[in-house]
Design a protein around this ligand. Structure first.
Ligand SMILES: C[S@@+](CC[C@H](N)C(=O)[O-])C[C@H]1O[C@@H](n2cnc3c(N)ncnc32)[C@H](O)[C@@H]1O
Length: 246
Protein backbone atom coordinates (compact mmCIF):
# COMPACT_ATOMS: atom_id res chain seq x y z
CA UNK A 1 0.00 0.00 0.00
CA UNK A 2 1.29 3.51 -0.80
CA UNK A 3 2.46 5.85 1.97
CA UNK A 4 0.36 8.94 1.33
CA UNK A 5 1.04 10.67 4.66
CA UNK A 6 3.02 13.52 3.03
CA UNK A 7 0.10 14.48 0.77
CA UNK A 8 -2.78 14.27 3.24
CA UNK A 9 -3.88 10.89 1.89
CA UNK A 10 -3.75 11.32 -1.91
CA UNK A 11 -1.68 9.94 -4.75
CA UNK A 12 -2.29 9.02 -8.38
CA UNK A 13 -3.28 5.44 -7.49
CA UNK A 14 -5.86 6.30 -4.82
CA UNK A 15 -7.02 8.09 -1.70
CA UNK A 16 -6.83 7.08 1.97
CA UNK A 17 -10.10 6.45 3.78
CA UNK A 18 -10.10 9.56 5.98
CA UNK A 19 -9.34 11.94 3.10
CA UNK A 20 -11.92 10.18 0.88
CA UNK A 21 -14.64 10.49 3.54
CA UNK A 22 -14.01 14.24 3.75
CA UNK A 23 -13.90 14.48 -0.05
CA UNK A 24 -17.32 12.82 -0.27
CA UNK A 25 -18.72 15.42 2.15
CA UNK A 26 -17.25 18.18 0.01
CA UNK A 27 -18.66 16.64 -3.17
CA UNK A 28 -22.12 16.52 -1.61
CA UNK A 29 -21.78 20.21 -0.73
CA UNK A 30 -21.39 21.00 -4.46
CA UNK A 31 -24.83 19.59 -5.35
CA UNK A 32 -26.91 22.81 -5.30
CA UNK A 33 -24.57 24.63 -7.70
CA UNK A 34 -22.75 21.71 -9.35
CA UNK A 35 -23.96 22.22 -12.92
CA UNK A 36 -23.75 26.00 -12.74
CA UNK A 37 -20.13 26.07 -11.55
CA UNK A 38 -19.16 23.44 -14.13
CA UNK A 39 -20.76 25.44 -16.91
CA UNK A 40 -18.98 28.67 -15.95
CA UNK A 41 -15.59 27.18 -15.15
CA UNK A 42 -15.47 25.30 -18.47
CA UNK A 43 -16.77 28.38 -20.33
CA UNK A 44 -19.68 26.24 -21.52
CA UNK A 45 -17.49 23.50 -23.03
CA UNK A 46 -18.86 20.93 -20.53
CA UNK A 47 -21.88 20.33 -22.81
CA UNK A 48 -19.73 19.39 -25.80
CA UNK A 49 -17.48 17.17 -23.67
CA UNK A 50 -20.45 15.25 -22.33
CA UNK A 51 -21.94 14.94 -25.84
CA UNK A 52 -18.64 13.56 -27.14
CA UNK A 53 -18.62 10.90 -24.40
CA UNK A 54 -22.31 10.06 -24.85
CA UNK A 55 -21.74 9.39 -28.55
CA UNK A 56 -19.84 6.22 -27.58
CA UNK A 57 -23.15 4.52 -26.81
CA UNK A 58 -26.06 3.53 -29.03
CA UNK A 59 -29.77 3.17 -28.35
CA UNK A 60 -30.75 -0.17 -26.84
CA UNK A 61 -27.43 -0.68 -25.03
CA UNK A 62 -27.08 -1.64 -21.37
CA UNK A 63 -25.20 1.17 -19.63
CA UNK A 64 -23.60 1.59 -16.21
CA UNK A 65 -22.55 5.04 -15.04
CA UNK A 66 -20.09 4.81 -12.15
CA UNK A 67 -20.03 7.90 -9.92
CA UNK A 68 -23.23 9.33 -11.45
CA UNK A 69 -23.34 12.24 -8.97
CA UNK A 70 -26.46 14.39 -9.38
CA UNK A 71 -27.18 12.89 -12.83
CA UNK A 72 -25.63 15.60 -15.02
CA UNK A 73 -24.49 13.05 -17.63
CA UNK A 74 -27.06 10.29 -17.11
CA UNK A 75 -30.03 12.59 -17.70
CA UNK A 76 -29.22 12.84 -21.42
CA UNK A 77 -28.72 9.11 -22.09
CA UNK A 78 -31.74 8.43 -24.28
CA UNK A 79 -33.18 5.03 -25.25
CA UNK A 80 -30.77 2.98 -23.11
CA UNK A 81 -31.17 0.61 -20.20
CA UNK A 82 -29.42 2.51 -17.45
CA UNK A 83 -27.87 1.72 -14.07
CA UNK A 84 -26.48 4.59 -11.97
CA UNK A 85 -24.00 3.81 -9.20
CA UNK A 86 -22.65 6.19 -6.57
CA UNK A 87 -21.49 5.80 -2.94
CA UNK A 88 -23.39 8.93 -1.87
CA UNK A 89 -27.06 8.43 -0.93
CA UNK A 90 -27.51 12.21 -1.27
CA UNK A 91 -26.18 12.23 -4.85
CA UNK A 92 -28.36 9.24 -5.78
CA UNK A 93 -31.46 10.94 -4.37
CA UNK A 94 -30.94 14.01 -6.55
CA UNK A 95 -29.99 11.88 -9.56
CA UNK A 96 -33.09 9.69 -9.20
CA UNK A 97 -35.48 12.64 -8.97
CA UNK A 98 -33.96 14.23 -12.05
CA UNK A 99 -33.83 11.05 -14.13
CA UNK A 100 -37.24 9.71 -13.12
CA UNK A 101 -38.79 12.93 -14.43
CA UNK A 102 -36.88 13.05 -17.70
CA UNK A 103 -37.11 9.33 -18.43
CA UNK A 104 -40.85 9.17 -17.79
CA UNK A 105 -41.42 12.26 -19.94
CA UNK A 106 -39.70 10.32 -22.76
CA UNK A 107 -41.75 7.17 -22.03
CA UNK A 108 -38.66 5.22 -20.96
CA UNK A 109 -38.29 2.65 -18.20
CA UNK A 110 -36.80 3.95 -14.96
CA UNK A 111 -33.09 3.61 -14.31
CA UNK A 112 -31.71 1.39 -11.54
CA UNK A 113 -29.84 3.11 -8.68
CA UNK A 114 -27.10 1.45 -6.67
CA UNK A 115 -25.36 2.85 -3.61
CA UNK A 116 -21.84 1.41 -3.84
CA UNK A 117 -18.25 2.21 -4.70
CA UNK A 118 -16.53 1.41 -7.98
CA UNK A 119 -14.07 -0.79 -6.10
CA UNK A 120 -16.82 -3.22 -5.09
CA UNK A 121 -19.64 -3.24 -7.64
CA UNK A 122 -22.53 -5.43 -6.44
CA UNK A 123 -23.49 -6.55 -9.97
CA UNK A 124 -22.85 -9.72 -11.99
CA UNK A 125 -19.98 -10.28 -14.43
CA UNK A 126 -20.38 -9.54 -18.17
CA UNK A 127 -23.49 -7.35 -17.88
CA UNK A 128 -22.92 -3.99 -19.63
CA UNK A 129 -22.16 -2.84 -23.19
CA UNK A 130 -20.68 0.40 -21.89
CA UNK A 131 -19.41 1.66 -18.55
CA UNK A 132 -19.17 5.44 -18.29
CA UNK A 133 -17.26 7.24 -15.62
CA UNK A 134 -17.37 11.04 -15.77
CA UNK A 135 -15.47 13.22 -13.33
CA UNK A 136 -15.48 10.45 -10.72
CA UNK A 137 -12.42 8.31 -11.54
CA UNK A 138 -10.28 11.01 -9.91
CA UNK A 139 -12.15 10.34 -6.66
CA UNK A 140 -11.76 6.54 -6.52
CA UNK A 141 -10.11 5.26 -3.35
CA UNK A 142 -8.31 2.52 -5.28
CA UNK A 143 -8.07 3.23 -9.01
CA UNK A 144 -6.72 -0.19 -10.01
CA UNK A 145 -9.42 -2.05 -8.09
CA UNK A 146 -12.10 0.23 -9.57
CA UNK A 147 -10.79 -0.40 -13.10
CA UNK A 148 -10.81 -4.13 -12.52
CA UNK A 149 -14.37 -4.13 -11.18
CA UNK A 150 -15.55 -2.09 -14.18
CA UNK A 151 -13.82 -4.62 -16.47
CA UNK A 152 -15.55 -7.50 -14.68
CA UNK A 153 -19.06 -6.09 -15.22
CA UNK A 154 -18.47 -5.20 -18.89
CA UNK A 155 -19.58 -7.73 -21.50
CA UNK A 156 -16.76 -9.22 -23.61
CA UNK A 157 -16.18 -6.62 -26.36
CA UNK A 158 -17.74 -3.90 -24.17
CA UNK A 159 -16.10 -0.54 -23.62
CA UNK A 160 -15.14 1.64 -20.66
CA UNK A 161 -15.16 5.40 -21.27
CA UNK A 162 -13.68 7.67 -18.63
CA UNK A 163 -13.80 11.46 -18.82
CA UNK A 164 -12.10 13.55 -16.15
CA UNK A 165 -10.12 16.72 -15.66
CA UNK A 166 -7.40 16.91 -18.31
CA UNK A 167 -3.81 15.97 -17.47
CA UNK A 168 -2.11 14.72 -20.61
CA UNK A 169 1.38 14.87 -19.08
CA UNK A 170 3.18 16.71 -16.27
CA UNK A 171 3.65 19.90 -18.28
CA UNK A 172 -0.03 20.05 -19.15
CA UNK A 173 -0.70 19.27 -15.47
CA UNK A 174 1.13 22.47 -14.44
CA UNK A 175 -1.23 24.55 -16.61
CA UNK A 176 -4.15 22.58 -15.20
CA UNK A 177 -3.07 23.30 -11.64
CA UNK A 178 -2.81 27.01 -12.38
CA UNK A 179 -6.31 26.96 -13.92
CA UNK A 180 -7.69 25.02 -10.92
CA UNK A 181 -5.98 27.28 -8.40
CA UNK A 182 -7.08 30.55 -9.99
CA UNK A 183 -10.05 30.69 -12.38
CA UNK A 184 -11.91 27.69 -10.92
CA UNK A 185 -11.48 29.00 -7.36
CA UNK A 186 -12.71 32.48 -8.34
CA UNK A 187 -15.77 31.09 -10.10
CA UNK A 188 -16.62 28.75 -7.19
CA UNK A 189 -16.18 31.52 -4.65
CA UNK A 190 -18.30 33.92 -6.67
CA UNK A 191 -21.13 31.39 -7.16
CA UNK A 192 -21.13 29.93 -3.63
CA UNK A 193 -20.24 33.21 -1.83
CA UNK A 194 -18.18 30.96 0.47
CA UNK A 195 -14.39 31.30 0.81
CA UNK A 196 -14.29 27.66 2.02
CA UNK A 197 -16.23 26.29 -0.94
CA UNK A 198 -15.80 22.61 -1.85
CA UNK A 199 -13.91 23.25 -5.12
CA UNK A 200 -10.79 23.56 -2.96
CA UNK A 201 -11.00 19.80 -2.54
CA UNK A 202 -11.55 19.25 -6.23
CA UNK A 203 -8.35 21.19 -6.95
CA UNK A 204 -6.59 18.91 -4.47
CA UNK A 205 -7.72 15.74 -6.23
CA UNK A 206 -6.51 17.23 -9.53
CA UNK A 207 -3.07 17.95 -8.03
CA UNK A 208 -2.61 14.28 -7.15
CA UNK A 209 -4.26 12.91 -10.29
CA UNK A 210 -2.05 10.96 -12.74
CA UNK A 211 -1.26 11.49 -16.39
CA UNK A 212 -2.64 9.75 -19.47
CA UNK A 213 0.42 7.47 -19.55
CA UNK A 214 0.02 6.46 -15.90
CA UNK A 215 -3.60 5.36 -16.25
CA UNK A 216 -3.15 3.80 -19.69
CA UNK A 217 -0.52 1.46 -18.21
CA UNK A 218 -2.80 0.71 -15.27
CA UNK A 219 -5.68 -0.15 -17.63
CA UNK A 220 -3.48 -2.52 -19.66
CA UNK A 221 -2.21 -4.17 -16.46
CA UNK A 222 -5.78 -4.79 -15.35
CA UNK A 223 -6.61 -6.48 -18.69
CA UNK A 224 -8.13 -3.84 -21.00
CA UNK A 225 -7.12 -3.73 -24.66
CA UNK A 226 -7.14 -0.92 -27.27
CA UNK A 227 -6.48 1.61 -24.52
CA UNK A 228 -6.57 5.19 -25.78
CA UNK A 229 -6.46 8.62 -24.17
CA UNK A 230 -6.82 12.13 -25.57
CA UNK A 231 -7.61 15.63 -24.47
CA UNK A 232 -11.00 16.96 -25.44
CA UNK A 233 -11.08 20.46 -26.89
CA UNK A 234 -10.01 22.92 -25.45
CA UNK A 235 -7.87 20.72 -23.16
CA UNK A 236 -9.71 20.99 -19.85
CA UNK A 237 -10.71 17.34 -19.83
CA UNK A 238 -9.32 13.95 -20.84
CA UNK A 239 -11.17 11.05 -22.39
CA UNK A 240 -9.91 7.48 -21.94
CA UNK A 241 -11.40 4.52 -23.72
CA UNK A 242 -10.52 0.88 -23.23
CA UNK A 243 -12.10 -2.40 -24.32
CA UNK A 244 -12.79 -5.68 -22.63
CA UNK A 245 -11.34 -8.44 -24.84
CA UNK A 246 -13.93 -10.55 -26.77
C1 LIG B 1 -17.89 15.23 -9.48
S1 LIG B 1 -19.12 14.00 -9.27
C2 LIG B 1 -19.39 13.47 -10.93
C3 LIG B 1 -20.83 13.49 -11.32
C4 LIG B 1 -21.23 13.09 -12.71
N1 LIG B 1 -20.71 11.81 -13.12
C5 LIG B 1 -20.91 14.11 -13.78
O1 LIG B 1 -20.85 13.72 -14.94
O2 LIG B 1 -20.77 15.29 -13.50
C6 LIG B 1 -18.12 12.68 -8.64
C7 LIG B 1 -18.94 11.53 -8.08
O3 LIG B 1 -18.07 10.42 -7.86
C8 LIG B 1 -18.54 9.72 -6.74
N2 LIG B 1 -17.47 8.87 -6.20
C9 LIG B 1 -16.49 9.18 -5.32
N3 LIG B 1 -15.77 8.11 -5.03
C10 LIG B 1 -16.28 7.09 -5.73
C11 LIG B 1 -15.96 5.70 -5.82
N4 LIG B 1 -14.95 5.18 -5.12
N5 LIG B 1 -16.71 4.93 -6.61
C12 LIG B 1 -17.74 5.46 -7.32
N6 LIG B 1 -18.08 6.76 -7.28
C13 LIG B 1 -17.37 7.57 -6.49
C14 LIG B 1 -18.97 10.84 -5.79
O4 LIG B 1 -19.86 10.38 -4.78
C15 LIG B 1 -19.57 11.84 -6.74
O5 LIG B 1 -20.97 11.69 -6.83
Amino acid sequence: MSDRSATGGFDASGIDEEAWTELEKQLEATIPVYDRVNRIMTLGFDKGMRRHVRNHADKGMKILEVGCGPGSFAVDLVGMELTCLDPSAEMLKVCKKRLDESRSSRGESQATYIEAVAEDIPLPDNTFDRVFCLFSFRDFRDKKQGLSEMLRVLKPGGQLIICDAGKANWLHGIFGRIYMATFVQLVARWVTKDPNHPWKWLARTYTHYGTHGFYKSMMREVGYTDVKARLLFPGMSSRFKANKPE
